[in-house]
Design a protein around this ligand. Structure first.
Ligand code: ADP
Length: 320
């Protein structure tokens, strides 16, 4: 394989640049020509493809965001659109494509391989940690640390004013960010999409905490666990403390990637290129029990990545 391309797609995450760098440098070191595709599948369709030099990826390992930019293109579900986009790779003689993104992006990569023989490899990049076939996705660790930093700041002001804070964090289907932020941040409660927790349970814990003389409560709520303003309203009818809502939002996706995310992104990026050199395709790379592993791209959406029930019990047990 002489020419490969890289794109980043879907929601961005910290460490995507680190992965782009690892893929590009590894491929260049093996004598390949490397092309960057801007704006994901949209740029692929619109022919926003350029040859990358070593300089393009120099000094980016610690930068959040993605130098290749990201975009969404819902029409990529249409086979005719994919055919047009694939043509832009073929006309340049590009045989391999590394896609860094979530399971939506992996769907696109899967079809490009099945329908057009483009040798695709997926690298899981999303802060949500919602992809099966890897213990951690690139960006998750950084986002988790941002949430922990926010929790510790909110604890200070919550204590001064003796308030109950509801903090909304990302995670539509997977509650890992909320669950592990609750465990690591010593939260008084957690609500995740995988478990139907009632505000009665949360209210009971808050009442018990206050009876013991505790001055604040931090409840971490995953966005997929329900509308936080409705949760606030329900809770307000059950407890006497002053409640405030903080929605962390996109701040969770920014900033320099942690050491863990950089190492993960680098190892997965190197493996992606090695697989292409070995003639493999239609695969995703992941890190499982400390080892780099591969699965079919479809593994990502055929197997649901959900939060650990055991760890949920730990979080609730320690909430008092
Ligand atoms: P993520 O990759 O983070 O899950 P999205 O679900 O938005 O993010 O997917 C990113 C892009 O991948 C979409 O904008 C679209 O171009 C492409 N994509 C998503 N789902 C499919 C699908 N079923 N078939 C083909 N392409 C898809």
């Amino acid at each position: 394989m002489k020419k490969i391309a890289i794109l980043t797609s879907g929601g961005d995450s910290q460490g995507m640049n680190t992965a782009v760098r690892a893929v590009a440098k590894t491929a260049m070191s093996k004598g390949m020509e490397v092309f960057g595709i801007k704006r994901g599948y949209k740029g692929m369709l619109e022919d926003q493809i350029f040859q990358m030099s070593a300089l393009d990826v120099s000094g980016i390992a610690d930068h959040g965001g993605t130098i290749l930019l990201s975009a969404r293109l819902s029409s990529f579900k249409d086979p005719e659109v994919r055919a047009k986009a694939a043509e832009n790779l073929k006309k340049r003689g590009i045989e391999g494509l590394v896609v860094i993104g979530g399971d939506g992006s992996f769907h696109g990569a899967h079809y490009l391989y099945e329908e057009h023989g483009i040798k695709t490899i997926g690298i899981p990049g999303t802060i949500d940690n919602d992809i099966a076939g890897t213990d951690y996705t690139i960006g998750y660790d950084t986002a988790l640390n941002i949430i922990l930093d926010a929790i510790s700041k909110l604890k200070d002001t919550a204590t001064s004013h003796e308030r109950t804070y509801l903090i909304e964090v990302m995670g539509r289907n997977c509650g890992d960010l909320a669950l592990y932020a609750a465990i690591a941040g010593g939260a008084s409660g957690v609500m995740i999409p995988e478990v139907k927790a009632s505000t009665d349970d949360i209210a009971k814990v808050i009442r018990e905490r206050r009876a013991e003389g505790k001055l604040y409560d931090i409840i971490v709520v995953a966005e997929g666990a329900g509308n936080i303003l409705d949760i606030e309203k329900e809770l307000a009818q059950k407890i006497d403390t002053d409640i405030r809502v903080t929605i962390l939002g996109h701040v969770q996706r920014g900033g320099a990637p942690t050491a863990n995310d950089r190492i993960l992104a680098t190892k997965l990026g190197v493996k992606a290129v090695e697989l292409l050199i070995d003639g493999e395709a239609g695969l995703m790379v992941g890190m499982e029990s400390g080892k780099v592993t591969t699965h079919k791209l479809s593994y990502a959406w055929e197997n649901y990545s959900k939060s650990s029930e055991e760890d949920y019990k730990i979080a609730t047990m320690l909430s008092l």
